[in-house]
Design a protein around this ligand. Structure first.
Ligand SMILES: NC(=O)C1=CN([C@@H]2O[C@H](COP(=O)(O)OP(=O)(O)OC[C@H]3O[C@@H](n4cnc5c(N)ncnc54)[C@H](OP(=O)(O)O)[C@@H]3O)[C@@H](O)[C@H]2O)C=CC1
Ligand SMILES: O=C(O)C1=N[C@H](C(=O)O)C[C@H](O)C1
Length: 245
């Protein structure tokens, strides 16, 4: 029975996570909100699940490392420096960090990498379109960036080297060859929609994933917390949890 704490327990995800911890037969040790000191939560938990804000991730990861606790990190929009801090903490604590905890999205990302490896980047323009609820504060979504990284990996490069095109407006010039495009839509209460498009002169391939219920993320995160208990330090992904390699 895993002892699980929830950072951001009053949030959209936090409330559902509390329900899912109980449904999985785990023990809920407590939760924090903005302004609370998270140390006590980490002390009494085996694993803390953090769906709060990107800026909280380094401090939570450092506490996990100091106290030898597991961390399941779901916040999106981390800067390169925040991701580096999480990676450093993961040399001393087991951390699962995933852009999206829904099983189906992770399968789509795995397929995206395979498709990108088979489709020449000079002919098939990769464009990622995502839509989320009006309250979302970061763009493009973490999932869209993970899809872009998968496309780049499939092409034997990195997203940084391939180049990102986003926020096109005005006289943008022609699309760059081999770059990866992002478009973010915001509105209403959309839980999460992602489409990866490979567009060539004579054909289009589109992979779409739609989440209708945040519970898909919450059950995945609790599953990750149970999987993480007792693991050695390391930065794990949802692929590791799902056994996707
Ligand atoms: N990886 C995945 O599968 C998913 C990731 N997400 C990501 O999770 C994050 C949260 O999403 P969502 O639940 O919709 O957002 P919400 O804004 O509904 O919830 C976040 C909660 O965390 C609180 N909070 C902020 N900072 C801290 C802190 N340092 N310690 C404790 N609590 C804090 C907020 O308080 P306050 O309201 O006072 O700011 C709020 O209650 C986002 O980054 C989102 O992109 C969301 C869904 C799935
Ligand atoms: O903020 C959200 O809601 C979501 N955020 C994650 C992301 O940025 O990809 C996951 C999911 O799309 C919902």
């Amino acid at each position: 029975m895993t002892q699980i704490g929830i950072a951001g327990i009053a949030g959209r995800m936090g409330k559902l996570l509390a329900e899912e911890v109980a449904a999985a037969g785990c023990t809920l040790t407590g939760g924090t909100g903005r302004g609370d000191d998270p140390r006590a939560l980490f002390e009494k938990s085996e694993v803390v699940i953090d769906f709060t804000h990107a800026h909280s991730a380094p401090a939570h990861a450092a506490l996990a490392a100091e106290l030898g606790r597991g961390l399941v990190l779901g916040s999106s929009g981390l800067s390169a420096a925040e991701e580096a801090a999480v990676a450093e903490a993961a040399t001393r604590a087991p951390i699962v960090y995933a852009a999206n905890f829904a099983t189906g999205v992770n399968l789509v990302i795995a397929i995206a990498e395979k498709l990108a490896a088979a489709l020449p980047g000079a002919q098939y323009d990769a464009e990622i379109v995502e839509m989320h609820h009006r309250q979302k504060v970061d763009a493009p979504s973490g999932t869209a960036i993970a899809m872009g990284r998968a496309v780049a990996r499939g092409r034997g490069t990195t997203l940084e080297e391939a180049g990102r095109e986003s926020g096109r407006d005005g006289h943008t010039g022609a699309r760059g060859t081999g770059t990866i495009g992002f478009a973010a839509l915001r509105g209403g209460q959309v839980v999460g929609e992602h489409t990866l498009l490979f567009a060539a002169g004579s054909e289009h391939i589109a992979l779409t994933h739609r989440s209708f219920d945040r519970r898909a993320y919450a059950t995945g995160a609790v599953r990750a917390a149970q999987w993480l208990k007792g693991r050695p330090p390391g930065l794990y992904s949802m692929n590791d949890v799902l056994g996707l390699g």
